[in-house]
Ligand binder design. Structure first.
Ligand SMILES: Nc1ncnc2c1ncn2[C@@H]1O[C@H](COP(=O)(O)OP(=O)(O)OP(=O)(O)O)[C@@H](O)[C@H]1O
Ligand SMILES: [Mg+2]
Length: 160
């Protein structure tokens, strides 16, 4: 399944829907370059899961925990140095528990991601805008404002 996002708000709403439908034990693995929108997605997701407190990126803490309609575990493993750090964190309790996990940069720890997790890959769709003059009509995107096109993201969801 592929979702097209044209704005931060779109990505928030897509995340919200996933959060609203999450079930105990679900794991969502987010991949995508720096600034692609993983945390934006996570914030929408948390809202959908009923988390009322402010969700911030756990880049330096590896995990932030919240209470929504289910416990919500938000990981960001970008800065992890070895899988041992995940052991020290007691990751199995989170991955195999009754809460919901969302892991930014999950590809970094793909060896320990349980089967049956949902992978969500966010990529840029606006590369054509960089480094040149933009002619929306020529690019066949005349129905989309240029500002939106630069914020375009493709959100690909794969369950495996
Ligand atoms: N369609 C879009 N979806 C999400 N974010 C967008 C979109 N268009 C522009 N943005 C902007 O891109 C940035 C995404 O930042 P965010 O922190 O979510 O990225 P990230 O993937 O979590 O990065 P990092 O790898 O550093 O954790 C925000 O500044 C947001 O406003
Ligand atoms: Mg992030």
């Amino acid at each position: 399944m592929i979702y097209n996002s044209l704005s931060e708000n779109d990505t928030t709403e897509i995340g919200y829907e996933f959060g609203k439908n999450a079930k105990p034990g679900d794991i969502f693995c987010l991949c995508g370059n720096l600034g692609s929108g993983k945390t934006v997605f996570a914030k929408g997701f948390a809202k959908g899961l009923g988390v009322k407190s402010l969700v911030t990126s756990p880049t330096f803490t590896l995990i932030n925990q919240y209470e929504g309609t289910l416990p919500f575990y938000h990981f960001d493993v970008y800065r992890i140095e070895s899988a041992r750090e995940m052991d020290e964190l007691g990751f199995e309790e989170f991955f195999y528990g009754d809460g919901v996990c969302l892991i930014e940069w999950a590809d970094v720890i793909k060896d320990i991601i349980p089967k049956g997790s949902t992978w969500i890959n966010i990529s840029y769709g606006g590369e054509k805008l960089t480094g040149g003059c933009v002619n929306p009509v020529q690019n066949g995107i005349n129905s989309i404002p240029v500002e939106s096109y630069s914020a375009k993201r493709q959100i690909e969801v794969v369950a495996c």
